[in-house]
Design a protein. Structure first.
Length: 171
Protein backbone atom coordinates (compact mmCIF):
# COMPACT_ATOMS: atom_id res chain seq x y z
CA UNK A 1 0.00 0.00 0.00
CA UNK A 2 1.32 3.42 -0.98
CA UNK A 3 0.08 6.95 -0.36
CA UNK A 4 1.31 9.74 -2.60
CA UNK A 5 1.45 13.28 -1.18
CA UNK A 6 0.79 15.98 -3.74
CA UNK A 7 1.71 19.50 -2.56
CA UNK A 8 -0.60 22.01 -4.28
CA UNK A 9 0.75 25.56 -4.22
CA UNK A 10 3.25 26.86 -1.67
CA UNK A 11 3.44 25.09 1.67
CA UNK A 12 5.32 25.76 4.87
CA UNK A 13 8.54 23.78 4.94
CA UNK A 14 7.61 21.13 7.50
CA UNK A 15 4.06 20.31 6.35
CA UNK A 16 4.98 17.58 3.85
CA UNK A 17 7.52 15.93 6.16
CA UNK A 18 5.11 16.01 9.11
CA UNK A 19 2.37 14.51 6.95
CA UNK A 20 4.61 11.75 5.61
CA UNK A 21 5.74 10.82 9.10
CA UNK A 22 2.24 10.60 10.59
CA UNK A 23 0.90 8.55 7.67
CA UNK A 24 3.73 6.04 8.04
CA UNK A 25 3.16 5.82 11.80
CA UNK A 26 -0.63 5.57 11.77
CA UNK A 27 -1.24 3.44 8.68
CA UNK A 28 2.05 1.56 8.24
CA UNK A 29 2.25 2.46 4.55
CA UNK A 30 4.87 3.66 2.12
CA UNK A 31 4.54 7.42 1.57
CA UNK A 32 5.97 9.20 -1.46
CA UNK A 33 5.96 12.95 -1.94
CA UNK A 34 5.36 14.14 -5.48
CA UNK A 35 6.70 17.35 -6.93
CA UNK A 36 4.62 20.41 -6.03
CA UNK A 37 1.97 21.45 -8.55
CA UNK A 38 0.40 24.84 -9.12
CA UNK A 39 -3.12 25.51 -7.95
CA UNK A 40 -5.45 25.04 -10.92
CA UNK A 41 -7.28 28.21 -11.90
CA UNK A 42 -10.52 26.31 -12.40
CA UNK A 43 -10.52 25.39 -8.69
CA UNK A 44 -10.96 29.04 -7.70
CA UNK A 45 -14.48 30.29 -6.95
CA UNK A 46 -14.64 34.09 -7.29
CA UNK A 47 -17.94 34.30 -5.37
CA UNK A 48 -16.47 32.84 -2.19
CA UNK A 49 -12.83 33.81 -2.77
CA UNK A 50 -11.94 30.21 -1.96
CA UNK A 51 -10.96 27.01 -3.76
CA UNK A 52 -13.22 24.06 -4.46
CA UNK A 53 -12.07 21.06 -2.42
CA UNK A 54 -13.48 18.56 -4.94
CA UNK A 55 -11.33 20.01 -7.70
CA UNK A 56 -8.25 19.68 -5.53
CA UNK A 57 -9.08 16.03 -4.90
CA UNK A 58 -9.10 15.65 -8.68
CA UNK A 59 -5.56 17.06 -8.74
CA UNK A 60 -4.47 14.48 -6.16
CA UNK A 61 -6.02 11.67 -8.19
CA UNK A 62 -4.53 12.91 -11.46
CA UNK A 63 -0.99 13.60 -10.21
CA UNK A 64 -0.63 10.93 -7.54
CA UNK A 65 0.25 7.36 -8.48
CA UNK A 66 -0.39 5.78 -5.09
CA UNK A 67 -3.15 3.50 -3.93
CA UNK A 68 -4.33 6.63 -2.07
CA UNK A 69 -3.40 10.21 -2.97
CA UNK A 70 -3.42 13.22 -0.65
CA UNK A 71 -3.33 16.80 -1.93
CA UNK A 72 -2.03 19.25 0.67
CA UNK A 73 -2.49 22.97 0.17
CA UNK A 74 -2.41 26.22 2.10
CA UNK A 75 -5.33 27.85 0.27
CA UNK A 76 -8.74 28.24 1.87
CA UNK A 77 -11.10 25.50 0.64
CA UNK A 78 -14.85 24.92 0.67
CA UNK A 79 -17.19 22.06 -0.11
CA UNK A 80 -20.67 22.68 -1.52
CA UNK A 81 -22.68 24.63 1.07
CA UNK A 82 -20.00 24.57 3.78
CA UNK A 83 -18.29 27.96 3.88
CA UNK A 84 -14.97 26.24 4.65
CA UNK A 85 -13.49 22.82 5.40
CA UNK A 86 -10.15 21.68 6.75
CA UNK A 87 -10.19 18.80 4.31
CA UNK A 88 -12.33 16.50 2.21
CA UNK A 89 -12.26 12.84 1.23
CA UNK A 90 -14.58 10.41 -0.46
CA UNK A 91 -15.35 7.33 1.60
CA UNK A 92 -13.13 4.53 0.29
CA UNK A 93 -12.00 6.86 -2.50
CA UNK A 94 -8.56 7.16 -4.00
CA UNK A 95 -7.98 10.84 -3.29
CA UNK A 96 -8.41 13.45 -0.57
CA UNK A 97 -7.32 16.98 0.29
CA UNK A 98 -6.19 18.81 3.43
CA UNK A 99 -5.85 22.58 3.71
CA UNK A 100 -3.57 24.12 6.31
CA UNK A 101 -5.13 27.55 5.79
CA UNK A 102 -7.43 27.67 8.82
CA UNK A 103 -5.34 25.38 11.01
CA UNK A 104 -3.37 28.45 12.12
CA UNK A 105 -6.43 30.11 13.69
CA UNK A 106 -6.65 30.56 17.44
CA UNK A 107 -9.07 28.23 19.23
CA UNK A 108 -11.49 31.14 19.75
CA UNK A 109 -11.59 31.90 16.01
CA UNK A 110 -8.91 34.59 15.95
CA UNK A 111 -6.86 35.20 12.85
CA UNK A 112 -3.41 33.71 13.35
CA UNK A 113 -1.72 31.72 16.07
CA UNK A 114 2.07 31.41 15.82
CA UNK A 115 2.15 28.28 17.98
CA UNK A 116 4.07 25.86 15.73
CA UNK A 117 3.43 22.84 17.94
CA UNK A 118 -0.35 23.34 17.82
CA UNK A 119 -0.28 23.97 14.08
CA UNK A 120 1.61 20.76 13.28
CA UNK A 121 -0.54 18.80 15.73
CA UNK A 122 -3.61 19.95 13.78
CA UNK A 123 -1.98 19.11 10.44
CA UNK A 124 -1.26 15.56 11.61
CA UNK A 125 -4.83 15.08 12.85
CA UNK A 126 -6.43 16.36 9.66
CA UNK A 127 -4.15 14.28 7.44
CA UNK A 128 -4.99 11.11 9.39
CA UNK A 129 -8.69 12.05 9.41
CA UNK A 130 -9.00 12.54 5.65
CA UNK A 131 -6.87 9.54 4.71
CA UNK A 132 -8.90 7.54 7.24
CA UNK A 133 -12.01 8.28 5.17
CA UNK A 134 -10.31 6.86 2.08
CA UNK A 135 -9.80 3.64 4.05
CA UNK A 136 -13.54 3.52 4.76
CA UNK A 137 -13.67 5.14 8.20
CA UNK A 138 -16.74 7.28 8.82
CA UNK A 139 -17.15 10.11 11.31
CA UNK A 140 -17.02 8.85 14.88
CA UNK A 141 -19.13 10.00 17.85
CA UNK A 142 -16.11 9.76 20.18
CA UNK A 143 -14.90 13.38 20.51
CA UNK A 144 -11.30 12.28 21.08
CA UNK A 145 -11.15 9.99 18.04
CA UNK A 146 -9.29 11.42 15.06
CA UNK A 147 -12.35 10.48 12.98
CA UNK A 148 -14.71 12.76 14.92
CA UNK A 149 -16.23 15.58 12.87
CA UNK A 150 -14.40 18.83 13.60
CA UNK A 151 -15.99 22.00 12.23
CA UNK A 152 -13.64 24.30 14.21
CA UNK A 153 -10.04 24.16 15.38
CA UNK A 154 -11.33 23.88 18.94
CA UNK A 155 -12.73 20.42 18.09
CA UNK A 156 -9.55 19.50 16.22
CA UNK A 157 -7.57 20.34 19.35
CA UNK A 158 -9.74 18.06 21.50
CA UNK A 159 -9.10 14.89 19.53
CA UNK A 160 -6.08 12.61 19.39
CA UNK A 161 -4.19 11.92 16.17
CA UNK A 162 -5.19 8.27 16.14
CA UNK A 163 -8.45 6.41 15.68
CA UNK A 164 -10.29 5.19 18.77
CA UNK A 165 -10.27 1.42 19.43
CA UNK A 166 -13.58 0.93 17.60
CA UNK A 167 -12.40 2.80 14.48
CA UNK A 168 -9.03 1.03 14.64
CA UNK A 169 -10.80 -2.33 14.45
CA UNK A 170 -12.51 -1.15 11.24
CA UNK A 171 -9.19 -0.48 9.49
Amino acid sequence: MRIDLVPVGDLEEGVVETSKRVLRERFGVEVVDRSPVTIPEEAYDPKSGQYNAERLISVAERVGRGDKNLAITDVDIFYRQRNFVFGLAYLEGKGCVVSTNRLRMTADGGEVDDDEETFYDRVRKEVVHEVGHTFGLRHCDNDTCVMSFSPTVREVDLKFERPCPECSRSL
